[in-house]
Design a protein around this ligand. Sequence first.
Ligand code: PAZ
Length: 326
Amino acid sequence: MEKKSGTPQEIAYDEIKDFFDSAPPLRDGNTVCKKLHEFLETNSSSTGNHINNYRVVCVTSGGTTVPLEQRCVRFIDNFSSGHRGATSTEYFLKAGYSVIFLYRRESYQPYCTSLPDNPLLECFEMTDESFVQVHPSHSDAVKKAISNHQAAVKGGHLLKLPFCTIFEYLQILQLIATSMKNLGPYAMYYLAAAVSDFYVPWESMAMHKIQSASGPLDMRLAQVPKMLPVLRNDWAPMAFFISFKLETDRDILLKKADMALKKYKMHVVVANELLTRKEEVTVVTPTGNISVRRDKTKGVTDVEGPLIKLLVEKHSAHIEDSIKCS
Ligand code: PAZ
């Protein structure tokens, strides 16, 4: 492979440019831009001379896929269910934020996490051939899910944008960041998606289904260029940033989270372990670490409730600091 020349930063920028230049074009890019424009217009209205600054958070959720063929039959995936992103979205909406929910297609959705796995078949019943009704045992949960979701969407506070591949995810994230730039410190990024570290570049990907007749498959995956520095420094320099760090080895988790905090100039890194991620996370900040737990004995049903409360406070402090400095 040809060795690139330039400073580490120049090389990083070149790699990102190559990634976007060679990615397959986003199929519904114009529709995404239009939706973002309308959503942000609703959320940054002005009254007289006064511009109302709404808080908008981009929540990323679920795992990105890595296609192995251009006419994709096989792909590499990861474990992420999107539960954290969906639950966190509900808490952000409750706290008065407008949310751009960038989610993996078919992953968990806001207000639906407590419904059964197959809501259509399990929540509804047919009383006779022409009448379908909600089963009484699920009636409250279904009503709550529908009314909360409708209120958020109709009120212009929730925009849901789906992705599947690593290409779609990064392309849409760039569109979101460009659209949200004017929000300055009122914008927040809550990057809970599990994003692939490796991928097959589009131009070196087989077009058709890879055949098994030629024996074992040798495949070299390229590294996905690190987008976090560009997102943080160029696309959204004033925004408040929360990234996530997942490890399976407890001994390296906090060290890696701390490294990410410093290297990418994050405001917060949320560190979690695969097996305990629903019970406990560590909020790593420049001023120290805070452990956030789900504590059933105190009526805390999930870890996202106290986590979002803490992050909203930190975001408020970030906004105040930014206003003082401007
Ligand atoms: O999606 P989920 O609820 O199953 O899991 C959430 C999570 C572990 C993907 C998230 O908390 C996280 O750590 N995301 C970043 C993963 C990473 O280090 O790439």
